[in-house]
Write a protein that binds this ligand. Structure first.
Ligand SMILES: Cc1cc2nc3c(=O)[nH]c(=O)nc-3n(C[C@H](O)[C@H](O)[C@H](O)COP(=O)(O)O)c2cc1C
Length: 170
């Protein structure tokens, strides 16, 4: 195949999310982990199933398979810095986890961020697809931002964008 798949998919606009999970530590505590994802897919309404596509060698994937839970926070347009940081190295991600406002979801203990919408998921299934693993989660709790006009952050053409709400409304 001559053309990289990414060079085509860059025309496909997606939202941007922070997925969070944790792994148990030896001391009976939880080490939280969070990464930026745009592979969120809605799979089924009843049961309520969603999927994330994660790199096969992903540390985050290993954590999800250990804890059996994850959350997804769908970012608003003001969260570009958050999205950039959680796509980066673990030390910076850990630092930002201490700096930004989060709270553990009641259904999973995984962290939820300020977001346009959020889901708490329990592990349902996973399967390897090429060099990625599709992790399917069943939503056990979900919600949207208290502020109904929150516009989502958009990923398109390899960059972050805001919706032009003026033209979208006309
Ligand atoms: C907009 C955007 C979307 C991303 N979506 C995904 C994704 O869906 N799956 C994935 O595995 N990595 C995705 N990444 C890359 C991860 O955020 C990044 O590689 C992270 O460091 C992975 O951590 P890990 O090695 O623990 O998996 C995305 C990055 C950006 C900037």
């Amino acid at each position: 195949m001559s053309e990289d798949l990414r060079s085509v998919m860059r025309y496909f606009a997606t939202g941007v999310c922070i997925a969070a999970t944790w792994r148990p530590t030896g001391a009976g505590e939880r080490r939280h982990n969070a990464i930026t994802v745009n592979s969120l897919a809605s799979l089924s309404l009843d049961p309520a199933l969603v999927a994330l596509s994660l790199r096969e060698d992903s540390e985050f994937l290993a954590d999800v398979l250990l804890s059996g839970v994850f959350t997804v926070s769908i970012l608003g347009a003001d969260a570009e810095d958050t999205a950039r940081t959680f796509a980066g190295r673990r030390p910076e991600r850990d630092r930002m986890l201490r700096e930004v406002r989060t709270h553990p979801g009641a259904g999973t203990g995984a962290l939820l961020f300020d977001a346009a919408g959020w889901l708490e998921c329990r592990y349902y299934d996973h399967y390897t697809v090429g060099d990625h693993v599709q992790v399917i989660g069943e939503a056990v709790a979900l919600g949207t931002a208290a502020e109904p006009d929150t516009t989502p952050l958009i990923f398109l053409g390899g960059g972050f964008h805001r919706l032009d709400t003026e033209s979208a409304a006309s």
